[in-house]
Ligand binder design. Structure first.
Ligand SMILES: Cc1cc2nc3c(=O)[nH]c(=O)nc-3n(C[C@H](O)[C@H](O)[C@H](O)COP(=O)(O)OP(=O)(O)OC[C@H]3O[C@@H](n4cnc5c(N)ncnc54)[C@H](O)[C@@H]3O)c2cc1C
Length: 811
């Protein structure tokens, strides 16, 4: 028992030291000490009691910094130096790039909800709104994805429209001729276009994401900006960015594309330049690019720039028409015909001034890429994912209402409610995370970890939502044609999963790997102190870390026992408890994460299953936090309550599952056993959303017009007579109007006033017997006609297949 008391004393002492209240470190353990003496049966006077002696020794060792550094920290630092994974230059640059934001709160174990709720994401300006309602709406009207797919490219009129309205210059400031849009506007534009045509969305996304414009804005010389940015903004130059090659996919820094510094002739002048040889593939817009952003390794074997042979990854802008360049062949990315293809160059000579940032930019390419990655990754693919999810939500909710089987709209079946529930709640979480992250970018953040989270988890969420939507639409989702707006979104899913960092890699290595170092309050400091052999700094960081662990362990235990009830919730209302439960999971995450790092040390880098699960926990915490913020920011509308509750309940379950699985797989079983008692003292009790909550989500989609529209109001809605979503929407409107009349007829049958009969016959009898009026009969007939129309699928002349335009719709 004495050892327990001692443990408590040391723990309290460390916590107090951590908070800088040294006086408490003496007084509180002092009080505990008196208690220990009183409790001790020997009743030895405190001054001579062995506990006292041990206490004084411990407090001297741990409480006096000079002693502590020599006796403890020096050894711990040595130990850490031996177990820390080796971090190469490219890895270090990647780790250090970008900023940390609310992810740091989630990592700390004590998220500051008040701060999150006080954060006001930038709203769209009048100009941005006008652009969405003007050129973007008009562009969407011009797009027909089915025809684009069959033609294999955007029509020339669309290319011209995109250039004329400067769609390729959304991130380029107005001073350089661009639109100078906020991240929120950029994201909104991609969602709307993406809801209409993935091909067009990708075409617009790429020049506005990581590529020549973004790199020039942050790293180019003024001369380069003045020349290129106006040309890129107006589409006079079409850019691509070529990083990936056959040998260098996820491991992009392994590129074998090279530049050799040498003297050469360019446009008749003898200049210092580089001879470039490269082989790239998968390059979006590559086949039509006029300027290639090229990443390659720059070598200087003759030491013309200095004494280093290998200068490192370098980025340059290369006009596509130079001799030696081969572009133009195309890949076929899942049949979605945005321009994408390989390109290569053999001994292409360009001056050093073509390097982004000029001669100073030589060897700085990797840093440039890593620093610029977060902004684009925060916007493009999350927006595309939300576009597909919103379309899936809109389509399935309408279809589940108008499609009847067994005399019942299929949405009434519990089996269909289940995927509808996932679609509705996931789409809510996705959109909340999209807008929050764009808001962070607008606030000047380049959130490295969060951008990886939204890229990977929103595209994964899109995959689940689109899959569910396919199952609900069933045969009508499978037969391709202009009526089927889901099939192309389904086809495009793997593209989002793979580009800008393939999801498996992003989940299992990047998110937690970077988060553990960047978001943790002490780890980066510790690592830097170890690298710099700075004992004083290490001592501060390490004991701060120990105190942090002790605080979080206590917090996780207490919050685990009370299911988060001890925390202060920033709002009153139906989501109050969810804030507390998320705080609880954040504390649990912090403890599990610290213990995992401590027990696995450097091997954690290779234990990707574990780091992947920790990434899951972090990502779901972020999605749920975003959803709660969205709900509170919107004034806690009743219409959205089921979505947010269902989404957050699912998120809590996912976080718990992830942490539970980490504990299941920790090599130290004793540590895992103890940890489980702390973070799940009453067991892992979060369950997936209950059926009643799921049913409320499904009803929200099927019956609450406001809820359905609010959840999907970022997408383009085609005219009512257009095949596909347009007609589906009109059929839904018709079905809603007819519902009251149909209910009258059904009630009459139930009451025995009307004899049961199939379809029109029943309707005619209802009219004849005065159950309904003639105008009411017409309403039902019109609704039925619309319904019959939208359950049809496309069929084609077998001699022509689907590749020619003589299409016969047998609907
Ligand atoms: C349609 C399309 C458009 C693209 N556009 C461009 C572009 O414009 N510019 C450009 O430069 N590139 C572009 N890319 C390339 C894209 O970024 C790469 O495809 C991506 O980085 C993955 O590389 P890879 O396909 O070679 O897969 P690989 O690197 O071979 O990876 C294969 C699998 O292994 C996983 N993996 C790899 N390393 C690890 C690890 N350490 N831990 C766990 N899992 C790992 C990956 O997640 C993946 O699942 C595009 C790709 C496609 C398909």
């Amino acid at each position: 028992m004495t050892s327990i008391v001692l443990g408590v004393i040391v723990a309290v002492g460390l916590v107090c030291l951590y908070h800088g209240r040294v006086y408490l470190a003496w007084t509180v353990p002092g009080a505990s000490l008196l208690g220990a003496w009183w409790w001790s049966s020997e009743a030895t006077p405190p001054v001579w009691h062995p506990t006292t002696v041990l206490f004084v020794v411990l407090m001297t060792v741990f409480g006096v910094p000079v002693v502590r550094r020599v006796v403890v920290s020096r050894w711990v630092m040595r130990l850490m130096a031996s177990v820390l994974p080796r971090i190469g230059d490219t890895e270090r640059i990647a780790l250090e790039a970008g900023t940390v934001w609310f992810d740091r709160d989630l990592f700390s174990g004590k998220p500051d909800w008040a701060k999150l709720l006080a954060f006001k994401p930038k709203t769209l300006s009048d100009t941005e709104r006008a652009f969405l309602e003007g050129p973007v709406e008009k562009l969407c009207g011009m797009l027909n994805e089915w025809e684009i797919v069959r033609a294999g490219d955007l029509p020339p009129s669309v290319w011209d429209f995109l250039k004329e309205h400067r769609f390729f210059g959304m991130i380029i400031p107005e001073t350089y001729g661009g639109l100078g849009f906020s991240a929120a506007a950029h994201s909104a534009v991609v969602v709307k276009i993406g809801s209409r045509s993935v091909t067009t969305a990708v075409t617009v996304m790429v020049p506005n994401s990581l590529g020549p414009a973004e790199l020039l804005l942050h790293h180019g010389t003024e001369q380069q900006r003045q020349y290129y940015l106006p040309r890129l903004a107006t589409g006079q130059d079409i850019p691509c960015f070529a990083l990936t090659g056959p040998e260098a996919g996820s491991d992009a820094a392994a590129t074998q594309s090279v530049g050799i510094v040498c003297q050469g002739s360019f446009e008749g002048e003898d200049v210092l330049g580089m001879r470039l040889t490269w082989h790239k593939r998968y390059i979006t817009l590559g086949p039509v690019a006029t300027v290639l952003g090229l990443a390659f390794r720059l070598r200087d074997p003759d030491n013309l720039l200095g004494d280093r042979d290998d200068l490192g990854i370098t980025c340059a802008l290369i006009p596509a028409t130079l001799p030696g360049i081969d572009i133009g062949t195309r890949h076929d990315p899942m049949g979605i015909p945005f321009q994408n293809g390989p390109n290569q160059g053999q001994d292409v000579f360009v001056p050093l001034t073509f390097i982004i940032g000029g001669r100073e930019g030589a060897g700085q390419g990797w840093r440039m890429l890593m620093e610029s990655l977060a902004a684009g990754r925060s916007i493009s693919l999350p927006a595309l994912a939300v576009a597909s999810a919103e379309v899936a939500t809109r389509v399935t909710s309408a279809y589940a209402t108008v499609r009847e089987q067994f005399d019942t709209p299929i949405g009434r079946f519990e089996g269909i409610e289940e995927p509808l529930q996932r679609i509705g709640s996931t789409t809510y979480l996705m959109n909340a995370a999209r807008t929050l992250t764009a808001g962070a970018v607008d606030a000047g953040e380049r959130p490295a970890v969060i951008s990886a989270i939204v890229k990977a988890y929103l595209t994964e969420a899109m995959r689940r939502v689109v899959n569910d939507a396919m199952d609900i639409r069933a045969g009508a989702a499978i037969c391709r044609g202009p009526r089927n707006v889901l099939a192309l979104a389904y086809q495009a899913v793997p593209i989002g999963i793979t580009v800008e960092g393939a999801n498996i890699l992003t989940r299992s290595m990047i998110i937690y790997g970077q988060g553990a170092i960047r978001c943790h309050p002490f780890v980066q400091d510790e690592m830097e102190a170890v690298a710099a052999h700075d004992l004083a700094r290490f001592d501060r960081a390490f004991f701060g870390h120990v105190g942090h662990v002790v605080t979080n362990t206590t917090r996780a235990g207490l919050l685990g026992l009370t299911d988060g009830r001890l925390t202060h919730s920033p709002v009153r209302g139906p989501v109050t408890r969810l804030f507390g439960q998320l705080s609880r999971m954040s504390a649990a995450f912090a403890v599990v994460s610290d213990t995992t790092m401590a027990t696995l040390g450097g091997t954690l880098k290779r234990r990707e299953r574990i780091s992947g699960r920790l990434a899951d926990a972090l990502a779901w915490m972020y999605l749920a936090s975003a959803a709660l913020k969205q709900f509170v920011d919107d004034g806690q509308p009743r219409r959205d309550l089921a979505f947010v509750q269902c989404g957050c309940t699912q998120a809590l379950h996912e976080i718990q599952t992830a942490l539970d699985a980490v504990l299941d797989n920790l090599p130290s079983r004793l540590t895992a056993w103890v940890l489980r008692r702390i973070v799940f003292p009453l067991g892992a009790r979060y369950r997936p959303p209950r059926d009643t909550l799921g049913a409320a989500v499904a009803r929200g989609l099927l019956e609450d017009r406001d809820a359905r529209l609010a959840l999907t109001d970022d997408i383009y809605i085609p005219p009512p007579d257009e095949l596909g979503l347009g007609r589906l929407e009109s059929a839904l409107d018709g079905a809603v109007v007819a519902l009251a009349v149909e209910t009258k007829v059904r009630d009459a049958v139930r009451a025995g006033r009307l004899e049961r009969a199939p379809g029109d016959l029943l309707l005619n009898r209802a009219r004849e017997t005065g159950v309904i009026t003639e105008p009411e009969r017409q309403i039902v007939l019109e609704a039925d006609a619309l319904r019959n129309e939208v359950i049809q699928v496309d069929a084609f002349d077998p001699n022509d297949g689907v590749s020619v335009s003589r299409q016969v719709s047998r609907g």
